[in-house]
Unconditional design. Sequence first.
Length: 248
Amino acid sequence: MKTIHGIVMAAALVLAWPAAATIENPGFEGGGLGPWVGHGDFSLETDTAFGAGTKLVLTTAPGSQAQLGAGELDVTTLLGLVGLTQAELDGIEPADAATGSAIVQDFDYVTPTTVTLSFDYQVFTDETSWGGGPPFADFVVVHVFEVGGGGFQQFEVVTDVLTEFNNGNLSSSATSFTDETGVNTHTLSVDLPNAGNYTIEVLVFDVVDDDFDTAVALDNFSLVPEPRSAALLVSGLLGLAWVGRPRR
């Protein structure tokens, strides 16, 4: 009987542990974009002005870096490509976005769970060239949604230029942009409601003008189950130890 109980608990433990999904090509070190898909103006940068290693740079410009994309897209076209509506975007950032770019990747998860999505980002901007300070809040957004039904999506603003300026986080840049922030890490807790296919997107938007561009450099994407799954593992192991304890 003890053996049967142990087998049942081990099986339950395995079923409780979500199969790990991963972000492929998380640091762009392979020298290619795949399986990421880019929309607008995007480039792989190894210039040390952008920091060590390879970075994926999204810009609101018509090709200011080592261009791979065809230039920034108008906001209506970009939103249509990435599955967002203007009303949804206005719900988290009411600024009047005019143009932008995005990168996209699909991933699968085989059981509902909560995961932590994280990535490094660094903002570069020309906004401070206008009268000594940023006139508009060019911004970066992360968006996760379920593909093909279910209606689940989660998105939020990562940062915007005006916030970085007001917090004193901008300094002169060695790139073709006027100013830059340091490297930061953004984390997002995502409750994946179903087993199935999901999409992650990061977007940068230029607000109002076409004169002063902004870019975001992205690196080190990660997708991992949150600690509650680890707690299930520990509980299961303790249960197995209890079942297998010596009897007097």
